[in-house]
Design a protein. Structure first.
Length: 150
C-alpha cells in the first residue's frame, strides 16, 4: 500500500505481488474485498507518517496486531474505546538485531535477495554535496540510493 502509483508499480515488478492498494482510496473497503469480508490480523506500518500510522487502527481485524516500524517525531493519537473494543495489540519495532543483519547478508550473498534491484540511484562520494538534494526530486522513481566510495 502506498499513495504513489509509481511506487506501487515498482513494488509489483520487484516482488511479484499483484494485490496492492493506493492508500488515497477507501482502504478499509478494499481490504475487506481482498480478504473476503475480513480485515488483516497483522498490520505493519513502516511509513513514519503520522496519518498512515493512526489509520492502521481502522485497518486491522478485531484481536489483531499493529506493528509500527517507521517512526516520526510526534504523538500517535487513537480512539481508546475503539482500540479496546477491537482488543488490539500495539507493538513497536525499533531496529533489527545484529543476527538479523548477518542473516540478510547471507541471503544477499547467496542470491536469494537481489539487493541490486532496489538500488535505483548512485552518487559518487565526491558529488554528495551537490547531488544529494536531487534525490528528493525523482517523483517516486527513487527506491534506494547508494553513495559510492572510490
Amino acid at each position: 500500500m502506498d499513495i504513489d502509483n509509481s511506487k506501487i508499480e515498482k513494488c509489483k515488478k520487484l516482488t511479484g505481488i499483484s494485490e496492492t492498494i493506493n492508500a488515497k482510496g477507501d482502504v478499509g473497503s478494499i481490504l475487506k474485498e481482498m480478504l473476503n469480508g475480513d480485515l488483516p490480523t497483522i498490520v505493519l506500518d513502516a511509513t513514519g507518517n503520522s496519518e498512515s500510522m493512526m489509520n492502521t487502527f481502522n485497518y486491522v481485524a478485531a484481536g489483531g496486531t499493529i506493528v509500527f516500524i517507521g517512526l516520526f517525531t510526534g504523538d500517535v493519537i487513537f480512539n481508546d474505546p475503539h482500540f479496546h473494543k477491537k482488543e488490539l495489540t500495539l507493538k513497536a519495532s525499533r531496529a533489527a538485531m545484529s543476527g538479523d543483519f548477518k542473516k540478510i547478508i547471507k541471503l544477499m550473498e547467496s542470491g536469494k535477495i537481489d539487493a541490486q534491484s532496489f538500488i535505483t540511484h548512485r552518487i559518487k562520494f565526491d558529488d554528495v554535496t551537490t547531488e544529494f538534494e536531487k534525490l528528493y526530486s525523482y517523483n517516486g522513481e527513487l527506491i534506494k540510493a547508494v553513495i559510492e566510495m572510490d
